[in-house]
Write a protein of this length. Structure first.
Length: 517
């Protein structure tokens, strides 16, 4: 019997939703570990008893996965509730993030390595001539008092939750006389942490050597954020301009940046076999080296995991880009770090890609009803390279906006009106800026060439900033003062799923909606 495509659902989507439900319940409730084990055994026993009844079997599998999420989140919460001493203590540590320079203070993360089990804290220092010389990877000897982050809500922002998402167990203020640089042993750090520190030092070196080649500090700040994920240099004005125009995603490293890198890889590595074993190994290794270089933000990790899965699936000659692959990526990221579910970047990253997978083809296929569109796309190269490309980019932007719009309204209380215009400007320029920046990094020690590339790169960044400033100055560039609740967000996504189900049913009976080949 033929399966109805409207009822077919990617299996990992349900498992990922169940895992997320269990994580959310663990964040709201508290059940003893004994009861967790009892519930898990009960579900597994029930599964064995009802194994011949498919509906009950599916329910018990989903229940078991939800319980796994509950247990993982409970364990993560317990691990983050590390007891900190009440008095000041002396400890050895290493700088684990790029120092963020403010008017009076510097702020960065420290990895405490003198403890039996290393942990991460957020440190604040007085901004003076000595502290401005600090760099990622430097060792320090410090004496200060560690404090547990307090749960302070500023609108929808919870500072304690934000620190917990980044595995920061405490904060500290270090006075000028209470610290000194000193070599420290990194033997207690994991290999991954040591590898991350190495790549962060490489990133700092690249930024330091390329800073003199760009005309202004603001241009350097955009390049640092867009290419290497260092947003500590961005001014509040620049952040506001990119936010008001709906272009903030280009400053936060994501799948867009990895797709641009992969496009370059496939241009130089094109051949008869797109997914040969050697190409996959080189591509995946390059991607993960870039992930380490930019500090492993969640959005880039998501994109890298998904690209790795797609590449491996591509070796098997199967459909490599689907909701199921996206769900597999989310599932394993949540298994490794259940707190990622509460990261705004994680939520926006996955929901934007999911919306693109769900709505891009239906939107793109709308123009198949226009009589000349399919014929011109086949016969006229200029039409494919201009009108069709612009329509593709528009469909991607509209689809992604469906996925992130309620989250933007909930977390930031505003919505940009001219996001389509901004993305038509931002995406091509982001591609050019990323390629120029990579070329600049490669030629850093060849002064005449790097100076020329630096001038071109500065001009591109300045044009991008000026264009977005113009868009943000347009009348009513954004809707402000939006106040919605989590219930509104849930209802919006529920409606989105219903609309998607209706579109799938419609497309089964109307194949003309499919985009022309």
């Amino acid at each position: 019997m033929k399966t109805n495509s409207t009822t077919h659902f990617s299996p990992y989507v349900g498992l990922t939703i169940a895992l997320a439900v269990g994580i959310c319940l663990a964040d709201l409730l508290s059940i003893g570990r004994l009861w967790q084990v009892v519930l898990l055994l009960g579900l597994m026993l029930s599964l064995a008893v009802w194994c011949r009844r498919s509906l009950l079997q599916s329910l018990f599998v989903l229940g078991s996965v939800a319980l796994v999420g509950f247990i993982l989140m409970t364990h993560a919460n317990k691990k983050m509730s590390k007891g900190l001493p009440e008095e000041a203590l002396s400890y050895e540590c290493v700088i684990a993030s790029q120092p963020e320079v403010g008017e009076k203070t510097l702020r960065f993360d420290l990895l405490v390595v003198s403890s039996e089990e290393p942990y991460r804290i957020r440190a604040t220092l007085v901004n003076d001539e000595r502290s401005r010389l600090l760099k990622v990877g430097q060792g320090m000897k410090v004496r200060s008092e560690l404090k547990r982050p307090t749960t302070e809500h500023h609108g929808t922002f919870d500072y304690a939750r934000y620190l917990a998402l980044h595995k920061i167990v405490g904060t500290t203020f270090i006075s000028q006389e209470a610290w000194q640089t000193s070599p420290v042993s990194l033997d207690r750090l994991s290999r991954l942490e040591r590898l991350k520190l190495f790549f962060l030092r490489v990133r700092g070196s690249l930024l330091e050597h390329s800073e003199a080649l760009l005309k202004t500090s603001e241009q350097m700040a955009v390049v640092a954020a867009m290419v290497l994920g260092d947003k500590t240099r961005l001014s509040p004005h620049t952040k506001d301009v990119y936010s008001q125009t709906g272009a903030s995603h280009v400053l936060a490293l994501s799948g867009l940046h990895l797709s641009i890198l992969c496009a370059l890889f496939f241009v130089f590595g094109s051949g008869r076999r797109r997914f040969s074993f050697f190409k996959v190994i080189v591509l995946v290794s390059t991607v993960w080296a870039f992930v380490l270089l930019v500090g492993m933000p969640v959005s880039v990790v998501r994109a890298a995991v998904m690209l790795t899965v797609c590449s491996l699936v591509g070796l098997l000659r199967r459909k490599s880009f689907s909701l199921n692959v996206l769900a597999i990526t989310a599932f394993y990221i949540l298994l490794l770090n259940p707190m990622s579910l509460f990261d705004v970047g994680f939520q926006m990253s996955f929901l934007s890609v999911a919306a693109i997978l769900m709505f891009y083809k239906p939107l793109y296929g709308l123009l198949s009803f226009v009589p000349f569109y399919s014929r011109w796309k086949r016969e006229k190269r200029w039409f494919r390279l201009t009108v069709d490309r612009i329509w593709q980019l528009t469909c991607v932007s509209l689809s992604a906006q469906v996925g992130v719009m309620p989250l933007v309204a909930y977390y930031f209380h505003q919505l940009p009106k001219y996001f389509l215009l901004s993305n038509l400007i931002v995406v091509p320029l982001a591609m050019l800026i990323l390629y120029l920046a990579l070329l600049l990094f490669i030629t850093l020690w060849t002064t005449p060439v790097s100076s020329l590339i630096g001038n071109v790169l500065s001009s591109c960044v300045q044009f991008l900033n000026d264009s977005l400033s113009f868009v943000s100055s347009l009348p009513s560039s954004q809707v402000e003062h939006i106040n919605i609740t989590p219930v509104h967000v849930f209802l919006f996504y529920f409606i989105v799923v219903i609309v998607y189900a209706l579109i799938r049913r419609f497309r089964v009976g109307h194949p003309l909606v499919e985009p022309a080949a």
